[in-house]
Design a protein around this ligand. Structure first.
Ligand code: ZN
Ligand code: ZN
Length: 140
């Protein structure tokens, strides 16, 4: 696989393209992602914000503390999130990518919130909370 990588929502009103390689692919088991996605576990593909371009006018935002999640205002598909503590990054829902099979997660985050009935038999690193350090050195 090589850049650019495209993606979009279920109805096609939101489209995006990333011009470089992702720097991060992970599962997230946190309750906030679970609410936002409706799925027992989420997966994200991280790029640098300035390597990403959106097209279409349907993108909506929902701000919750430091995290702003985006979704399609027409079909409701979750698209991405940004975290003001990681201002250079944007994390797309893996399922929003056109070629999701190209983005194999490399770790699990927030396994402290993982649903007990969910079993994923891989040997990837498992982080109790976030896997990404904030600029102030903390890991929320
Ligand atoms: Zn849509
Ligand atoms: Zn999460």
């Amino acid at each position: 696989m090589t850049a650019p990588y495209a993606g979009g929502c279920r109805c096609g009103a939101v489209r995006f393209e990333a011009s470089a390689e992702p720097h991060h692919v992970s599962y997230c088991h946190c309750g906030d992602c679970r609410r936002a996605s409706g799925a027992p576990v989420s997966a994200f593909v991280g790029f640098l914000v300035d390597q990403v371009a959106f097209t279409g006018k349907a993108l909506k935002m929902y701000e919750n503390g430091p995290v702003t999640r985006s979704f399609c205002g027409t079909c409701g598909s979750p698209i991405a999130y940004v975290d003001e503590r990681l201002e250079e990054d944007i994390y797309f829902m893996l399922g929003a990518m056109d070629m999701p099979a190209d983005f194999q997660p490399t770790l699990h985050a927030y396994i402290g919130e993982q649903l007990a009935f969910l079993h994923m038999s891989d040997d990837l690193p498992r982080h109790l909370k976030s896997s990404v350090k904030r600029p102030d050195g903390t890991v929320p």
